[in-house]
Design a protein around this ligand. Structure first.
Ligand code: AP5
Ligand code: MG
Length: 209
């Protein structure tokens, strides 16, 4: 009997994991804060922006299509990104050694949020919290232009940043409402030093643990 209680089934172990969505406008610090979070909470980082940049580097058809949209500040189609995410989650497998996953930059549309909720239910997993990094537009632009000096990202220029902000307001803001309705939304003041912001995020995560 003891053996049985010690060995968790896949569904039981999934339900004990912490799964986090980190959301916020371009330049709000999703990537930066994800790096701190995965270290402290031993989570797996999954950034859809990074997944797309890997496809672009491969130079395949999908990468070319994504590159054209990204450099123009537009989102890639929902079916493309949902497929890429599912592939990544399946590759990690249910028994990956981390305590859970942090999704950075996904979901970005209500369609994607619904697909994610479906994916979670098929895997008997759940999203515990959506962290929304709130940063003023002026600061976002300053941060991205600064990063653009060295990032090599062809969406780190003023013209594309303005389009990305517009797309964020129109297509991604409704995702925040979606998670507010599920009672999983936590807004975090994303202004200040990286350490101050991480402290605020840690408090929010510790409250759900
Ligand atoms: P993605 O890669 O997700 O880019 P993004 O959302 O535009 O965000 P960024 O990566 O630019 O910013 P960040 O919030 O990670 O900030 P960071 O920590 O780097 O997506 C790129 C594109 O891919 C999208 O536009 C879209 O086309 C496509 N895409 C991706 N996911 C998609 C999806 N789900 N559906 C459809 N399309 C999708 O910080 C920014 C800078 O500020 C850094 O230099 C950092 O060092 C600095 N910084 C961070 N914190 C601070 C601080 N507190 N003080 C001062 N500087 C700071
Ligand atoms: Mg990022």
């Amino acid at each position: 009997m003891e053996m049985e209680s010690e060995i968790l089934s896949e569904s039981e172990s999934n339900s004990k994991k912490i799964n986090i969505i980190i959301c916020g406008a371009p330049g709000s610090g999703k990537g930066t804060q994800s790096a701190f979070i995965i270290e402290k909470y031993n989570l797996q980082h999954v950034s859809t922006g990074e997944l797309l940049r890997q496809e672009i580097a491969k130079g395949n058809e999908l990468g070319k299509k994504a590159d054209a949209l990204i450099s123009n500040g537009q989102l890639v189609p929902d079916d493309m990104i949902i497929h890429l995410l599912e592939k990544k989650i399946d590759k990690l497998g249910p028994n990956h050694p981390k305590n859970g996953i942090i999704l950075d930059g996904f979901p970005r549309t209500v369609n994607q949020a619904e697909a994610l909720e479906n994916l979670c239910s098929t895997k008997n997993a759940k999203i515990d919290i959506l962290i929304d990094l709130e940063v003023d537009d002026e600061e976002l632009i300053k941060r991205i232009l600064n990063r653009g000096k060295t990032s090599g990202r062809n969406d780190d220029n003023l013209e594309t940043i303005r389009k990305r902000l517009d797309v964020y307001n129109k297509q991604t803001k409704p995702v925040l409402e979606f998670y507010k309705n599920l009672g999983k939304y936590v807004g975090i003041d994303g202004m200040g030093t990286m350490e101050e912001i991480f402290e605020r995020i840690s408090k929010a995560i510790d409250e759900i643990k």
